[in-house]
Design a protein around this ligand. Structure first.
Ligand code: FES
Length: 108
């Protein structure tokens, strides 16, 4: 991955439920911002099994669970921890600054 990632403001921290999600689109990339157990994560929005949004997924134990077939993904790595998905979600570095969430996107 490029070293020249650029942090882009995604939303205010207060816009994301404390144990929940918010869908955003940054530079044309659909993302799901997740807050879980005091941490903030940014991942690709759509499940790698089929093309459904994880904004409606369940959040628990550093996991997002897809609402359609129940695949679980580790929020820290994007890796699937439960079938049927076998491919990881893309993850993006996150920074919090003055109450706003910034996400590092690959340089285009
Ligand atoms: S669409 Fe997400 S597990 Fe099938």
């Amino acid at each position: 991955m490029s070293e020249s990632n650029e942090f882009v403001r995604a939303c205010a921290l207060s816009e994301v439920p404390a144990q929940g999600t918010l869908g955003v689109e940054l530079n044309g990339i659909p993302l799901v911002i997740v807050r879980s157990d005091g941490e903030v994560y940014a991942l690709q929005e759509f499940c790698t099994h089929e093309d459904v949004s994880l904004v409606d997924g369940d959040i628990y134990d550093h996991t997002v669970e897809c609402w359609l077939h129940g695949s679980c993904f580790d929020l820290r790595t994007g890796k699937p921890t439960g079938p049927p998905a076998s491919k990881p979600l893309a993850t993006y570095p996150v920074r919090i600054d003055s109450g706003d969430i910034y996400v590092a996107l690959p340089a285009s």
